[in-house]
Structures are given as structure tokens and as C-alpha cells.
Design a protein around this ligand. Sequence first.
Ligand SMILES: Nc1nc2c(c(=O)[nH]1)N[C@H]1C(S)=C(S)[C@@H](COP(=O)(O)OP(=O)(O)OC[C@H]3O[C@@H](n4cnc5c(N)ncnc54)[C@H](O)[C@@H]3O)O[C@H]1N2
Ligand code: MOO
Length: 416
Amino acid sequence: MAELFKALTVEEARVAVARYLPGKRPGVRLPLLESLGRRLAADVRAPEDVPGFDRSTVDGYAVRARDTYGATEGLPSYLDVAGEVLMGREPEGTVSPGQAWRIATGGMLPPGADAVVMLEYTEELDCRTIGVTRPVAPGENVIRKGEDIAAGEIALPAGHRIRPQDMGMLSSVGVSEVEVELPVRVGIISTGDELVSPGERPVPGQVRDINSYTLYGAVAACGGEPRLYGIVGDDYEKLKRTLELALSENDMVLLSGGSSVGTRDVAALAIDSAGEPGVLFHGISVKPGKPTIGAVVNGKPVFGLPGHPASAMVVFELMVAPLVRSGGYAAGEKEMREALTAFPLRAVLTRSLHSAAGREDFIRVRLHCKDGRLFAEPVLGKSGLISTMVKADGLARIPPGKEGVEAGEIVEVKLF
Ligand SMILES: Nc1nc2c(c(=O)[nH]1)N[C@H]1C(S)=C(S)[C@@H](COP(=O)(O)OP(=O)(O)OC[C@H]3O[C@@H](n4cnc5c(N)ncnc54)[C@H](O)[C@@H]3O)O[C@H]1N2
Ligand code: MOO
């Protein structure tokens, strides 16, 4: 067990764990429709141009642009209507100088044509002749062959998390199965003699388990596969057995409770006994979340999250969520950086808050908008109260260099 209770910064804690983790996760092939939210295991290259031909973006007439130059309402360019493009069909013929072909939105441009005149800027003189009342430039109202994506281009890179628009892109290049990373399996263990499950009636001195449920939801929300291992009392042997079982069945394990120093705090000992290198740090300089344990056991991260329910969730957000989203620090460097740096909203703090220098504070805040400005109102209350998380919309960060923030100052906020 190294560096016991030397509090690391979140960044140092991240680096400490990252050194031991494999960068790449195994992949699995899935039907496209099941790929939403999953990370691509490999680059997907477009095997062909999309679209595969020049297409019109409007209803109108396919023309040679130069035939329309100088056209005005007073002096239209007259063109012969020589054909019609049928949807889904290759045009049978060429647009020769002085000719126009009827075309609908999405129709394939006939050879010879390089632009489309919108119907609104034409007048039909008879069924064989139109007058164009406004010129078009080459390429106007046309999506070029390969303009969406060109053959050989990377449509989506490895590691990309698939969104609805990405499913559309994959479908457009003819990919109906994708290789995605297996989700990170996360075992969750709650520790404490005082805990009972939600179905039980606690006797005085007992409370119902909260962290199993918040963490289960948090893992699933990050695209991971959570699995509960129940409540383990403050019993070293039982915790060791449960931890070993959870490690054998998962890629990562979260314990909560039993992380601070106390006579019954056995989490660190149990983690250390499970394998190498064991506990890497015990304590990070954040509030809430100070007594967090970070460990790696045989290539699998293990976190001992603080027992207080709000603290456990905040530390999850900072340390664990990026790992679950990315499946590994090496692969997920981007997600990790974002987790540490992306507090994208700016809001006016509504009351002054104290903070200790050298410590990074994360304040639960409720947001509201007034006169077009965003305000962050701290949700006051101890980190043992889950209601503080329920009332909050997000976290505001007070950087380690500051000893507090005054009411009216701007703070950076991340939404839950
Ligand atoms: N003398 C000190 N006491 C404490 C310190 C300290 O520095 N000196 N740190 C406090 C901080 S900060 C936190 S956070 C907690 C961390 O405690 P542990 O991680 O060791 O967890 P426990 O002692 O087991 O539990 C703390 C608290 O949380 C409740 N809890 C635990 N697990 C659950 C759960 N699954 N669902 C609901 N509630 C849970 C537990 O009943 C305790 O009330 O230590 C402070 N103490
Ligand atoms: O750090 Mo404890 O995690 O404040 O509540």
C-alpha cells in the first residue's frame, strides 16, 4: 500500500491509475440499430462516395449554368425541355447546350448539366420550352458526388461514441453492422454494518443502502454495465471474498463506504490483498470526496468511494465516469481531460462560499435564469444527504488556488 493518505490532486490521482490500465477494449460486432451510445472499436471508412452521383437539392430544371448567364425576368433565357429525370433512376440522355431537364429534389443530375434552376425562377411557355428568369452558377442547387463523404475517407474514427446522426452516416455508407467496444462491466459493493436493502425496514441505527442505486444508475448512464454485489458488513474476510468475486466478473469495481480511517475501515486492506499493485492513493484534495481510495488490481481499477452519498456521486463523476465512458485511460484521454476541464457553463454565484486553498471544491448548485443571466444557487447541506444531489442541477467548481468565491462572482458549472 503506497502513499497512504497523502492527498493527491484529481489530476495526479488520474495519472496514478492510468499507468496501469490497458488502453484498448475488446470489440464485438453489433447490428447498426443496436449501436447507439456504444464506442466504435475500429475506424469506419467509407467504401464508396456518398452520394454516389451529383443530386439536385431542389425541384426545378437541370441545366448548363452558362446557358442561364444574364437571365432576368425582363429577358429570360429560353431553354428546350428535353427530358425528365425519374427518381431513383439514371437519366437516359444528356443535357445539351440550350436544353433543360425536369428534375425533382434528390434526382440524379443528367450528364451535361452542372446546376439546377429552381422551379420558382422559371416560366413554362409551352410543354417544350421554359424561360429562366434568374441565372445559376455551376454547382448551384447540387450536392456533388462524394460531397457528404468520399470513398476511402474515415466516416467515423475508433473510439467515437455513436449518436443518432452517426447511425445515419453509417447507414449511408452501407454499414449495417459495426464493431463496437464491449461496455465496461462495473461491480458495485456497498459496505457498512448499518446498511439494509431498500426492501427491508431499518431498525434504529440502520439506514437503507443508497450508493448501490446511485452508482448503478451512474454507471448505466455512462454506457457501462453495472452489477450489484449487495451489502457487505464491515467484515474483512467477507469483503475480500466479495471483492475477488466482483473483480473476476467485471472490468472495474466500486466500493463505497469504509474509505476513511476508522477502526472498522477495512476497504483499503481488502483491496490491497486482492492483487498488484493494489492501493495507489488514499485521499484526494477535493471536497467532497477527500477519503477516496484509488487502486488497480491486476489491470482493473478499483475505487473506494466515500460513504456519504453525495460524496460518492461527486467522486464518481470526477474519477470514474470518464473511465466507464472510455473503457480505459489510454483510450479515453479525451474523455478524462473533458471531465477535468469541461465545466462548460458560466453562472453567477448567488452567495459567498469559503474554500481551503490547495483544495478543489465541487459545490452542488441549482441553476435559474433571470433577465437572461444564469445564476448558480448553492444547495447547502451535508454530503451525507442524498436530497442535496436531488435538488441540484449540477456542480460548480472552485479551483484549488482560491480560498473562496464571493456572491456575484462567475463560477464554472457542469450539469448532471
Ligand atoms: N474523524 C473523521 N471522520 C470522518 C472524516 C474525517 O476526515 N475524519 N471524513 C468524513 C468524510 S469527508 C466522509 S466522506 C466520510 C467517509 O466515510 P467512509 O467512506 O469511511 O464511509 P463510512 O464511514 O462507511 O460511511 C460514511 C457515511 O456514509 C453512509 N453510507 C455509507 N455507505 C452508504 C450507502 N451505501 N448508502 C447510504 N449511506 C451510506 C454511512 O452510513 C455513514 O453515515 O467520513 C467522514 N468521517
Ligand atoms: O469528503 Mo466527504 O467525501 O466531504 O463528505
